[in-house]
Each structure stands twice: as C-alpha cells, then as structure tokens.
Ligand binder design. Structure first.
Ligand SMILES: [Ca+2]
Ligand SMILES: [Ca+2]
Length: 233
C-alpha cells in the first residue's frame, strides 16, 4: 500500500471585501457546513481528492491581491468528517506558521500562515459509493478581517468562511484515478478479471487473451510475453 506524505495547498484566499454575498465555487448543497451544532455559510469553496492509504497535511496561503493591507482579528478552524476516515477520533491539529506573526497581510503579498502540525491518514472509506461524495469531509476556516486603507482608515470588520471539501479516491471505486497510477479500475478488488485488486492490468495467460495474428501465424504468449506455441491456421 502506498503511504506517502502529501501536502495539500488547502485554501488560497483572495479576499474581495465587497463580495460578501458571492459564493465562490460553492455548489448547491455544499455551501454550508454544520459543526458541533453551528452552521457556517461557506463564502468560498474548494474541492479536492484524497487517496486511501495516504497521509495528508493541510495548510493555507493567504494571497492579498488588493492594494491595501488586511489585518486579521481572529482565526478559527474546524474539521469535520461524516465518516471516520482514519478509524480513530483523532483529527489534524492546526497552528499558525509563525507564532510571532503580527496578523497583518501586506498589500499585494502572499504568505503561508496556517498549517496542520499533524498529518491525517486515510485508513478507511465509506462502504457505500454514494457516501463517498464531498459532504463527508470538510475543513473550514472562519476569519474575522478588516482592510487597512492608505489613508489610515479601516474597512468594517467582517467574517470570511472558506470550506474545503474532499472525496476519497481508492482502487476499486470504479473511477479511473490516473493521478495515482491506476491502469484500470473495474469497481471491485477481485484479481484475475482483467483488472487486479491493485488496479494493474491482469497479466495475459497462455491460450486466453494473449494470441496475436499477423496474417500468417497465431502466437500465444505466457505471462512474461514469451511465445508458447505457433499455430498456422
Ligand atoms: Ca479508483
Ligand atoms: Ca477486478
């Protein structure tokens, strides 16, 4: 099983202080998240795929594309899963990258400001394919922010909530995940049916699907590609 450590660029923040009502890439039914009884409306949504058998870190880069600086007053982060993806109650822990950070994002600058301090392993996945959709796993950030204008004044403070939804990829889910080197995915983990349980192609065997015909001779091959017989039709 692969067990790589991957770092996900979790959220890329581009604040537009005048677009509070605009839900950026938040699909209907995925534009809010309820955590511990509190419902948060997601102002921006991002989607990604994680892989069964892998560990993940999360981080957040703030891109301040406006021509004035932003100052954050509070940052709260939340982690929610509908299904227990690592067979335990442990969640990733988060922290600020620089504990001495002054909460100020310079104008036209970007910086990494938040990252998880523990990785999150994907050990399991929902047994039903219908339950492997985006709703099952979400990381949300709730930021209170205002802008510092060139004339020394500040914009009103407001909250900004971003949500990152995930679906879990695996061999046997019936979806060909070429990013994870799947040569095939027939929706099962049965060997010998053309697609193996590790999503490699079933090797050819003599006398079955390994014959070729070049117009004169039929060649049968073993699993190593060596010709076994030559039959002239
Ligand atoms: Ca797959
Ligand atoms: Ca199979």
């Amino acid at each position: 099983m692969n067990n790589k450590l991957l770092t996900i660029m979790l959220l890329s923040l581009v604040f537009g202080l005048g677009s509070l009502a605009h839900a950026d890439n938040c699909q209907p039914g995925h534009d809010e998240v309820t955590i511990d009884g509190t419902t948060l409306s997601c102002e921006q949504c991002f989607y990604g795929t994680m892989r069964h058998g892998y560990n993940y870190l999360f981080n957040d880069t703030y891109n301040n594309a406006n021509n004035y600086s932003h100052e954050l007053e509070t940052v709260d982060w939340y982690f929610q899963e509908e299904y227990d993806y690592n067979n335990s109650s442990s969640f990733p822990t988060f922290g600020l990258v620089d504990p001495n950070w002054n909460w100020l994002f310079p104008a036209n600058d970007s910086l990494l400001f938040l990252e998880s301090t523990s990785s999150y392993p994907i050990y399991s996945y929902p047994p039903s394919a219908a339950d492997q959709s985006y709703d099952n796993f979400v990381v949300a950030f709730d930021l209170m922010v205002h802008g510092n204008l060139a004339n020394g004044q500040q914009t009103p403070s407001r909250n900004h909530t971003e949500c990152k939804y995930y679906e879990i990829s695996r061999c046997g889910d019936g979806i060909l995940d070429t990013d994870y080197d799947e040569a095939c995915d027939d929706g099962n983990t049965i060997d010998g049916d053309g697609c193996e349980s590790d999503c490699t192609l079933t090797p050819s065997t003599a006398g079955e699907c390994a014959s070729t015909y070049d117009g004169q001779t039929i060649y049968d091959f073993d699993s190593n590609g060596n010709a076994l017989t030559q039959n002239t039709p």
